[in-house]
Unconditional design. Structure first.
Length: 525
């Protein structure tokens, strides 16, 4: 179940603990209980900072294969609110290690503003997070909620391995993971980062996080504030920091959309990398400079000051002033919103034919959307895959006729109109079929395939600047050749703007250009 290399890693990591922790097991019988006891015994055996006694049980824990992580603080055993139901192997092994380290006193990797905000929550929050041990997205959610539990005695989080608790999965009608329940009610499903978790809490409890921490240290006035940490935002931050400016970056996560990309083969000079690797390199490069990073945080509002500067209002309640702003919030693929989509991103569900098409060589795939982007994607994919089925919701294709004509010349492209996608099915972590309804007859159809490319448009992340800067009819920020918006001192770059071709290389160049323009503006003030 757990090999020696992992145990050696636990032993090495435990050196960072400043206090002991204990595992406490639930009571009762279960066919997997012996395996869990062996798992916990081996982990505890790596260091005297981790304690485990299989004969000491806690009747309050939800099942015989549930265990809690407790901290030893000032001689007392303290409940952290962290519970694992199942054996956290696979991708969740990292969640367990982080829970051990953080319960053992290691520094939490959360922005100070978020920590202050979570500590101020007065209502009890009981989270249950259903996961699959093979899910790449689940650990990020589990780890965020575990940190919330460590910060506030009124918050708890239980990781539940759905494979071992099928009755609960069926009873809760769970069709994808991660599936988060709060106080017994559905709360979030699919890939969701810390910033989005905070936003959803604010939506559900409008008065929950309304007050700022009056004792919190306020950030001094900044020269440049970059909003967004995708390729454009990272490039902008590095370029401005190299000019010696006071720079703050605000972002829900470093990497943006890139972090969700499986393999990247078109980043110039790098034949192959992954979204996670590139995002990690972004973060490493950012730390080479004096940049204030406010990760997992979002901007709620931008205001003006009497000094003709701008005020940045964060979802944590913090506010600070800045002389200039670079908007690099990117765009998100417009999603179908059907079962099987979110949880199969990177496992057969894709949004970029240029990036992911080569991974479906010789296979049958579907393109959802009969507009220009959908037909262009179908044409790109036709030379790679075995067969392309284009599904269009309307009763006719919406693409330019010249594109439709070219697509109809291809023997391996098929068109189905009046098709409403209902579900994307997967087996063993790979997409296997798509279910759609014929809107004219209401008849349901299922087609076997290996990939689904969703091409129903992009949505620029501009909700928070609507009415503040000029947007075009697609919601993109209008900029000139120097990345300037219609407002003095406000610049924009990357996928959130009117610049064509939404690609990593282009976004990096635009971010660099916006940074140089911002520097020029500040120097001339």
């Amino acid at each position: 179940m757990i090999d020696q290399s992992l145990l050696d890693a636990v032993k090495s990591y435990s050196e960072n603990m400043t206090r002991p922790i204990s595992f406490v097991l639930g009571s009762g019988e279960h066919e997997k209980r012996g395996e869990l006891i062996d798992f916990l015994t081996k982990i505890a055996g790596t260091t005297d900072k981790i304690n485990f006694d299989a004969d000491t049980n806690d009747d309050s824990l939800p099942s015989p294969i549930s265990f809690a992580v407790l901290s030893h603080i000032d001689g007392a055993l303290v409940d952290t609110g962290i519970v694992f139901s199942g054996i956290p192997g696979g991708h969740e092994f990292t969640s367990l290690i982080l829970a051990i380290l953080q319960a053992g006193g290691h520094t939490l990797k959360l922005d100070e503003g978020i920590q202050s905000l979570i500590k101020r929550i007065q209502k009890p929050l009981v989270f249950q997070t259903y996961v699959s041990l093979s899910c790449h997205s689940c650990p990020e959610v589990v780890q965020a909620l575990n940190q919330f539990s460590l910060l506030n005695d009124g918050i708890s989080n239980e990781m539940i391995d759905g494979a071992l608790f099928q009755e609960q999965v069926e009873a809760n009608n769970i069709q994808g993971v991660p599936a988060v329940f709060l106080n017994g009610e559905p709360f979030a499903n699919g890939l969701i980062d810390t910033a989005k978790l905070i936003e959803k809490l604010q939506e559900q409890f409008p008065d929950l996080l309304s007050e700022a921490d009056a004792d919190a240290e306020q950030l001094e006035q900044q020269d440049v504030t970059i909003i967004g940490a995708g390729p454009a935002g990272v490039a902008a931050a590095i370029y401005t920091a190299r000019k010696g400016l006071k720079v703050t970056m605000v972002a829900d996560r470093i990497g943006g959309q890139v972090k969700d990309t499986q393999d990247i083969e078109n980043l110039i000079s790098v034949p192959l990398t992954t979204g996670n690797e590139l995002s990690a390199n972004f973060e490493k490069h950012l730390h080479e400079y004096d940049i204030t990073l406010k990760e997992h945080v979002s901007v709620k509002e931008i205001g003006e000051t009497v000094e003709e500067n701008y005020s940045i209002h964060l979802n944590t309640g913090e506010t600070f002033e800045t002389r200039s702003i670079i908007l690099a919030t990117g765009a998100q693929w417009r999603k179908l919103g059907v079962p099987g989509e979110e949880e199969n991103i990177g496992k057969g569900v894709a949004y970029c034919a240029h990036c992911d098409g080569p991974f479906f060589k010789g296979k049958d795939i579907s393109v959802i959307g009969g507009g220009n982007s959908g037909i262009e994607a179908a044409l790109d994919l036709a030379g790679i895959v075995n067969h392309v089925t284009v599904l269009e919701f309307a009763d006719e294709l919406k693409a330019d006729q010249v594109l439709i004509n070219k697509a109809k010349e291809q023997d391996n492209i098929e068109f189905i109109t009046n098709a409403a996608t209902q579900e994307i099915k997967a087996t063993d972590g790979k997409v296997t079929s798509i279910v759609y309804q014929d809107r004219s007859t209401e008849e349901m159809h299922e087609r076997d395939l290996s990939g689904v490319f969703v091409q129903i448009g992009l949505m620029p992340n501009t909700d928070f600047v609507k009415g503040f800067v000029d947007l075009n009819r697609f919601g993109e920020i209008e900029i000139d050749e120097r990345c300037r918006t219609d407002r003095k001192g406000i610049f924009a770059c990357g996928d959130v703007t009117t610049v064509p071709f939404k690609q990593i290389n282009i976004a990096m160049g635009e971010g660099s250009k916006a940074a140089l323009s911002a520097f020029e503006y500040l120097v001339m003030q």
